[in-house]
Design a binder for this molecule. Structure first.
Ligand code: GCO
Length: 428
């Protein structure tokens, strides 16, 4: 298998999931609520904030040539309008370390976490967030832009509508939610504890009100209204404009959580409607972008009654969705039908304790990437989720997506065989 010269093959992380002590963020506050829905707090995470040189070196030694990571808004602007130069300096060091190791940095400006002050202003349903995000993007670009070629503005910008769709589907069974909520967790590509959320909702509302001034804080990973959904993409457009005004050479895109939606006989209209909601209705906002970040982990099946669970007996990941690496090629091809511009696989991976399963997953996924390249689809790169086992949001550290294991006591890094396998592709 071989990839074109300059094809990016690397790994991805997100600040809150790996750095540690993201104390000004909404997630940090919610993790520490007495009735939190989180399995555990993120705490020190993987201490990547202090160990990034070692982590980047491990990538380079394996042969990877790209690293997608996020700059943490809550560190850069811990209070509204106060920007922390020391934190900008930290990310300047990370970017420089990438370059010194022959690794292309792909920076995400917002990967699910927001500063607490933003959520107190109404978060991702408040019109003021468009300007607040634009100003933050402009500040980071002004400080770091001369050393960047790729910027993803917002990670999985369509997550809010996906969560709204799930809560609609399961609200109908709210009174049985205790035993059904668990099924919801296998229908979204992010660690959520719906069961625990249902149990805690009444207490959490009061506790959230104490921190955010509202019992329903509009954090990014929460059900989005259609207005909020549009607002997220307007924030993307405003940020893109600000970035381009300062550094027109930077390639700017957004990333989307995309499922391989498959219709069994009678399920076609459901699958088509889901693809509209998950992808097609965003096209007017992203058609002019330099690239689109594709993030895919599995497939979703639809029958005559709507969404179906994974097929009987199918292998499931730790996240309770189907092990289905073929999904990536299908999604790339489907996206390309409507978005002819450049694509970057900004996330693809598997939550599993079995690294052999991860290696097999990788090989199938990358075969799909090569098939797409051979058919002339303009793919620029592939970033595996994730570089290291990390904080899988509400599911905590039990989910292991990493190419590198992290000892939760000593934080010692233990590269897995899958890191070497991915490096082989990068060298090919
Ligand atoms: C997401 C996020 C990642 C997750 C990954 C595994 O896509 O939900 O970008 O933060 O950890 O997808 O679930």
């Amino acid at each position: 298998m071989s990839f074109p010269n300059g094809f990016l093959i690397g790994a991805a992380t997100a600040a809150h999931q790996v750095e540690g002590n993201n104390i000004h963020s909404d997630y940090w506050a919610q993790e520490l609520l007495p009735h939190s829905s989180f399995a555990e707090p993120s705490g020190i995470a993987c201490d990547h904030y202090h160990r990034f040189e070692e982590d980047i070196r491990l990538m380079a030694e394996a042969g990877l040539n790209a690293y997608r990571f996020s700059v943490e808004w809550a560190r850069i602007e811990p209070e509204e309008g106060r920007f922390d130069e020391n934190e900008i300096e930290h990310y300047r060091r990370v970017i420089r370390c990438c370059r010194e190791n022959g690794i292309e940095p792909l920076v995400t400006l917002m990967h699910f976490t927001s500063p607490v002050w933003l959520i107190r202003k109404g978060g991702w349903e408040a019109e003021s967030t468009v300007e607040d995000f634009r100003r933050y993007a402009a500040y980071v670009t002004e400080k770091l832009g001369s050393d960047l070629r790729f910027v993803c503005t917002i990670n999985e910008a369509n997550m809010g509508l996906q969560l709204a769709a799930i809560s609609r589907r399961f609200r109908l069974m709210a009174e049985q939610a205790q035993k059904n909520a668990g099924q919801a967790e296998g229908t979204v590509q992010v660690g959520m504890n719906f069961r625990k959320m249902m149990e805690n909702m009444k207490y959490a509302a009061q506790e959230n009100a104490g921190i955010f001034g509202t019992p329903q804080p509009q954090i990014f990973v929460s059900s989005r209204t259609p207005e909020g959904d549009a607002l997220v993409f307007r924030a993307h457009q405003a940020a893109k404009e600000a970035i381009k005004a300062l550094h027109p050479e930077i390639q700017v895109g957004i990333t989307l959580s995309l499922h391989d939606l498959q219709a069994l006989p009678g399920g076609e209209s459901f699958a088509d409607a889901a693809w509209d909601e998950e992808f097609r209705h965003y096209l007017p906002y992203i058609q002019g972008d330099d690239f689109l970040g594709v993030q895919n982990y599995t497939r979703t099946l639809y029958g005559p009654q709507g969404q179906l669970p994974a097929p009987e007996g199918a292998a499931l990941t730790q996240m309770d969705y189907e092990v289905y690496p073929e999904a990536l090629e299908h999604v790339i091809r489907r996206v390309h039908e409507d978005f002819p511009g450049t694509l970057i696989v900004t996330e693809n991976g598997i939550g599993t304790a079995d690294d052999k399963q991860r290696q097999a997953f990788l090989r199938t996924a990358l075969q799909g990437v090569e098939n797409c390249l051979n058919d002339g689809i303009p793919l620029k790169g592939y970033c595996h989720w994730s570089l290291m086992d990390n904080f899988e949001w509400q599911k905590g550290y039990a989910m292991t997506f990493g190419l590198i294991a992290v000892d939760r006591t000593t934080l010692e890094r233990r590269p897995k065989e899958s890191l070497r396998v991915l490096g082989e592709y990068a060298r090919s």
